[in-house]
Write a protein that binds this ligand. Structure first.
Ligand code: WT7
Length: 669
């Protein structure tokens, strides 16, 4: 791995449309609205309090946002760094905190989930309903042989059962491993193997883009690949489509969950008991099982949800558009909002079904007051035009959030004006699967915001931008984003691979967490994120590994060598562009280039999932390599972004770039 190669280009920062420079100038500032400045949950004095004694600050938050079965007496233990524990002698249950205690407090009739299916069907679950559903699911999982500590794989569409299943697992102390429905059977299989899951919870399918898309066949295919630890597959009937069935192994949700008792006692677990594993892409081919535990994770998920979005549980309607297959769905659909007793919207489908106004009609219908989404979605909506949001009443919105990638100032301004009516503050939240919860973000009632900057570490969080020599850079300079103190929701490790945990995050800079992002500090010391500095791409806010896609490509019999880069894309932030060398004797070598590309794209979708499909595959005669054999991705990025190719003097063979350019100019056809 090499970090010297700096991939952040001006293009990657989404240079504004000519004529907008003035509007988007770095001088541009937005003060908090007056009502928020006086009534926000979080005030600026939290920073000083947290700075004075971080572990004590978090201990106080842990007591305030959670109910403990056994109170803890210790906060952080960092004596075995970089392995941390938080609140380690305390006991609690995550599902009890997310559901039961709200019912006990008299809020059983409060809506927890307004579910909107893509076809337009709806379902309302109060906290009392959720308590019964989660209890039934916990009883059913127990009957299927799941005990405390066993892992459960979850492969579901965005339907209430996804949240119910996660909470049912938490209720019995069985860590869940949610696999995004857009991942392939092969990806699901490797995750089932790695986590040694005992049960898979899935659905016949889900509704997307106006049609029923099947899910269960991928589970069947995964389990056919070889022996696994899976004893049962629990299947939700969502679409009603025909589904192949393995008797004895497969069970219907409506047969075993709906008939189970709705009484269940949550199992108190230790604060450091694993709550879930979530796989994410790294710089190598093998995804990492990021491990999160219970007490610290829930503390920070709930604290940040309450303060960054200024949640008022009695009156707000919150909507996070993320899928539970990603960390955003874990922390800001399932755990943060429910632990805080929020009312939230869950939507199953795509934003353009049946038309491009679907999101805005949902906001209007449920009077959503807090919206949390990704820049890629905002840019798509921008492209579709203002007529769609303008046709709906969005005046209920009072706080807007952004996550997943740097938000370009132009998209920020559109979000601010067209969606937020110039009233709602925008919180640009930086964090990662590994950090578990938001780390860097404005506070809506206290921070004067700057379009395009995540700005400041939250109270209790210590971040910095440093150079290669581990020296903090001065204001106005760029470097690597690092986290200099442990935090409650930090990953506790990589499932089954403690060495990789230390190597990946704690070895580049001694004793400091290396996030993998480039960043700069502006003249005020505010942080601007600039994108990844490693071999990780960010496509539509989803993390993809160049190496993983390269491995998928070379696993195809036609491919001799492959190199993948993330090229700037107006809508998706980055897009996957692959360069491949075909084997001379392969059938593909005699086929037209677009046919080869189509076959290889389908192959990547099969190995990893449709989300990893390259936007473009270029068949080339050679790849640019240094004398030590390292592929110079910087040069390939230049080609992919249609730029004049940069300095190629370190290439082993400097004519290679000419060959590539010539090959591209004369496509095989
Ligand atoms: C990577 C983490 C955090 C949940 C969604 C993605 C990028 C995330 C921002 C932001 C600039 C951002 C970083 C980070 N990222 N949020 N507000 N501004 N970049 O989680 O899949 O673990 O990816 O997403 O590059 O390292 P993830």
């Amino acid at each position: 791995m090499m970090y010297g190669e700096w991939p952040v280009t001006e293009q990657q920062q989404h240079a504004p449309t000519p004529g907008l420079e003035n509007l988007l100038s770095e001088e541009r500032r937005f003060s908090p609205p007056p009502d928020l400045a006086t009534h926000a949950n979080a005030t600026s004095d939290l920073y000083a309090w947290a700075n004075a004694d971080r572990p004590a600050f978090w201990a106080e938050q842990a007591r305030q946002v959670l109910t403990w079965d056994k109170p803890f007496t210790q906060s952080l233990d960092w004596s075995n760094a970089p392995f941390a524990t938080w609140f380690a002698d305390g006991e609690l249950n995550a599902a009890y905190n997310a559901v039961d205690r709200h019912v006990e407090a008299g809020h059983g009739d409060r809506v927890a989930i307004h579910f909107e299916g893509e076809p337009g069907d709806t379902r309302t679950l109060t906290y009392a309903d959720l308590q019964r559903e989660v209890s039934r699911a916990a009883n059913a999982l127990t009957a299927l042989g799941v005990s405390t500590g066993d892992r459960v794989a979850v492969y579901l569409p965005m339907i209430p059962e996804a949240v119910i299943t996660m909470l049912a697992c938490a209720r019995i102390g069985a860590p869940h491993s949610v696999v995004f429905g857009g991942f392939s059977a092969e990806a699901l299989y490797s995750r089932i193997l790695d986590a040694e899951a005992k049960v898979v919870v899935t659905a016949d399918g889900g509704f997307r883009r106006g049609a029923a898309a099947a899910l269960k066949p991928a589970v069947d295919e995964a389990l056919d690949k070889g022996p696994t630890t899976v004893n049962h597959v629990l299947v939700v009937r969502r679409t009603g489509q025909d589904t192949a069935w393995t008797p004895g192994r497969d069970v219907w949700w409506h047969e075993v969950v709906d008939t189970a008792s709705d009484q269940h006692t949550p199992v108190p677990v230790n604060a450091e008991h694993p709550l879930f594993i979530l796989y994410t892409s790294g710089t190598t081919g093998k995804p990492k099982g990021i491990l999160h535990t219970t007490g610290g994770y829930l503390t920070q998920a709930a604290f940040t949800h309450l303060n960054v979005f200024d949640l008022k549980p009695e009156t707000d309607v919150y909507w996070c558009t993320a899928d539970v297959g990603w960390i955003t769905g874990h922390s800001y659909v399932t755990y943060g909002p429910l632990v805080n007793g929020a009312t939230q919207v869950i939507y199953e489908g795509t934003p353009d079904t049946p038309d491009r106004g679907r999101w805005w009609s949902i906001i209007d219908k449920y009077k959503v007051s807090i919206l949390y989404t990704a820049p890629t979605a905002i840019r798509s909506c921008m492209k579709w035009g203002e007529q769609w949001p303008d046709a709906h009443d969005l005046s209920s919105l009072r706080v807007l959030g952004s996550v997943g990638e740097p938000i370009n100032p132009e998209a920020w301004m559109w979000y601010h004006r067209t969606i937020g009516g110039e009233r709602a503050p925008i919180v640009d939240t930086w964090w990662q699967t590994e950090t578990g919860a938001i780390m860097i973000s404005p506070l809506p009632g206290g921070t004067t915001t700057k379009p395009g900057s995540a700005q400041v570490p939250l109270p209790g969080i210590a971040a910095d931008v440093i150079d290669d020599e581990t020296v903090s850079v001065p204001n106005g300079s760029g470097g690597y984003l690092v986290l200099t103190e442990p935090w409650p929701s930090m990953l506790r490790g990589i499932w089954g691979d403690p060495d990789r945990y230390v190597d990946t995050y704690w070895s580049r800079f001694k004793g400091i967490y290396f996030a993998g992002d480039g960043a700069k500090k502006d003249e005020d010391g505010d942080i601007w994120l600039l994108g990844r500095v490693d071999d990780v791409m960010n496509v539509s806010g989803h993390r993809l590994s160049t190496t993983e896609i390269e491995s998928a490509l070379v696993s195809h019999e036609w491919v001799a060598e492959a190199a993948v880069v993330g090229a700037t894309d107006e809508t998706t932030g980055q897009a996957v562009v692959a360069f491949v060398i075909l084997r001379g004797d392969a059938t593909g070598a005699s086929l037209p280039a677009d046919e080869v590309a189509a076959q290889l794209r389908a192959h990547v979708a099969k190995v990893i999932g449709p989300i990893a499909k390259p936007r473009q595959i270029l068949v080339v005669p050679e790849l640019p390599k240094t004398r030590s054999g390292k592929i110079m991705r910087r040069l390939l990025r230049d080609v992919a972004e249609h730029r004049v190719v940069g300095d190629a003097t370190t290439l082993a063979d400097s004519s290679v770039m000419d060959l590539i350019a010539a090959g591209l100019a004369t496509p095989k056809a």
